[in-house]
Design a protein. Structure first.
Ligand code: NAD
Length: 489
């Protein structure tokens, strides 16, 4: 069996890779298990994908462990040459990545950016290996001391479904550049783009075992990685709930290093002196993008009472106009379905909570497949589950505040802390808020998805542990060793 057939939304049959990639070879799962991938637009099965067993996962770790010494001992230029080739093939395959993601996750091709982001990551980290350096010290008499930075060995990367290739690259590129070998598990909701990347890796001829790509579920595959004694570092992006399980597994096994990018319930504060047009445009885009399935979406908006009516009118007008629901493969579509029936039902359960606790002032269930319309709830009590929990849909709570203190207090009354934003023309207030808001990123007169590739990205509180970004990710995959050299004089 070389590959599986997939049925595209427009009826044509295309071949896609659906197998596991272990030690440089594509293979079905050891127990023959597969899972069906459902196209969320047509709701039809589009591929049967190999499901990694515990045995497959162990095999991948063994392969990565065996490949480690030779990969570690190559020069940064050597490793970088492979990463550059992968960058080029990813860029060339952009349309195929976009098509696969539209078919399997409902992400519109019109706004697909993951593959270019991934190519940029591989580009940056293909040169970054040279920056790995230690320090030295003559401060202990009779000794020449130094530190060196060394890779961990086998790194496990577990990624979510909402920006799969972005997270693939954000983890794999720095881990490899630092000299580690990798086992990556894709999300069961979005396995096809990682499998396509594995094909590109095979085509380039990476040494077997340096990158292994598994498709499958949290249990058994993800959990096996989190518990594995030969995995020394795990980099995870996904929900806070799963993050807690992975940290517990790491603690219970070998105390492996854990890096985590987790969920969010990001607040945006709109003060009465803000440019309301711009604030409305940006905040509606933040929650509209990817049908609200973005970790940093500003799902809570707090607007100062005196401008609330005007802001709400602007927000709703733009939120409605920005969403063109339809087939994700059509270039005119800007708003796809939720990723699957589970996510659709989950969002609907929050719509029910909102209708009970607050006022539904726009949108709701589209009652058409897995589509949710751009949805606004007002007057939602701060202790409502809708105001506190991550919905991961195009659903925003817009509440009001009177004073700056009240706004900050409401924004911070959350266990999440991924991103916060403040819209004001008062520079003193902007600086005060930036210091007080509990988020890994604060936007001033801008909101998510604005981010900077060379700035650290990550969460306060239950939104994560550690930071990722051009200037920061390499550190995540390196140990520091102190060497003490006794000298004769
Ligand atoms: P998820 O936690 O359900 O799954 C993420 C990955 O973890 C998947 O590959 C899944 O198979 C795996 N997994 C599940 N159980 C596991 C276990 N017990 N052990 C090991 N692995 C396990 O998350 P999701 O639904 O795929 O993604 C959405 C979530 O990701 C949202 O909460 C979102 O906010 C978050 N996210 C965060 C960021 C960020 O940068 N902070 C970015 C994107 C998404």
């Amino acid at each position: 069996m070389a590959q599986s057939n997939s049925q595209s939304a427009n009826g044509s049959s295309e071949s896609v890779e659906t197998r596991l990639f272990i030690n440089g070879e594509f293979q079905p799962s050891s127990d023959g298990k597969q899972f069906s991938l459902i196209n969320p637009f047509t709701q039809e099965s589009m591929a049967e994908v190999s499901q990694a067993s515990e045995e497959d996962t162990n095999k991948a770790v063994t392969a990565a462990k065996a490949a480690f010494p030779a990969w570690r001992d190559r020069s940064p230029s050597d490793r970088g040459a492979y990463l550059r080739k992968l960058r080029d093939l990813i860029r060339e395959s952009n349309d195929e990545f976009a098509r696969l993601e539209a078919l399997s996750t409902g992400k519109p091709v019109s706004s697909y950016f993951d593959a270019n982001l991934a190519a940029d990551m591989f580009s940056y980290f293909s040169e970054a290996g040279w920056t790995v350096q230690g320090s030295s010290s003559l401060n202990t008499p009779g000794y020449f001391n130094m530190t060196i930075r060394q890779p961990y060995g086998v790194v496990a990367c577990i990624i979510p479904w909402n920006v799969p290739m972005g997270f693939f690259a954000l983890k794999v590129a720095p881990a490899l550049a630092a000299g580690n070998t990798v086992v990556l598990k894709s999300s069961e909701k979005a396995p096809l783009t990682s499998a396509l990347a594995a094909r590109l890796i095979a085509k380039i001829g990476f040494p077997p075992g340096v990158i292994n790509v598994l498709s499958g579920f949290g249990t058994p595959s993800g959990s096996t990685l989190a518990h594995h004694m030969d995995v020394r570092c795990i980099s995870f992006t996904g929900s806070s709930f799963t993050g807690q399980k992975i940290q517990a597994a790491a603690a219970a096994s070998n105390l492996k290093i854990v890096h985590m990018e987790l969920g969010g319930k990001s607040p945006a504060l709109i003060f009465d002196d803000a440019d309301l047009e711009s604030a409305a445009q940006q905040t509606q885009f933040s929650i509209q993008m990817q049908s609200g399935q973005a970790c940093m979406a500003n799902s809570r908006v707090y607007v100062q009472e005196s401008v609330a009516e005007k802001f709400l009118a602007l927000f709703k007008e733009k939120f409605g106009a920005g969403a063109r629901l339809g087939n994700p493969l059509e270039p005119a579509t800007s708003h796809g379905p939720q990723v699957d029936v589970l996510q659709y039902e989950r969002v609907k359960s929050y719509l029910s909570i909102g209708e009970k606790d607050g006022k539904l002032s726009m949108g709701g269930d589209a009652r058409d497949g897995y589509f949710i319309k751009p949805t606004v709830f007002e007057n939602v009590p701060e202790d409502s589950r809708l105001a506190k929990e991550e919905v991961f849909g195009p659903v925003v709570v817009i509440n009001t505040f009177k004073t700056e203190d009240e706004a900050i207090e409401k924004a911070n009354a959350s266990e999440f802390g991924l991103y916060a934003s403040v819209f004001t023309k008062d520079i003193d207030r902007a600086v005060r808020a930036s210091k007080l808001l509990e988020g890994g990123t604060v936007g001033v007169n801008c909101t998510s998805p604005t981010f900077a590739l060379d700035m650290p990205f990550g969460g306060f509180k239950m939104s994560g542990i550690g930071r990722e970004g051009y200037a920061h990710s390499l550190d995540n995959y390196l140990e520091t060793k102190t060497i003490l050299i006794k000298t004769s004089s």
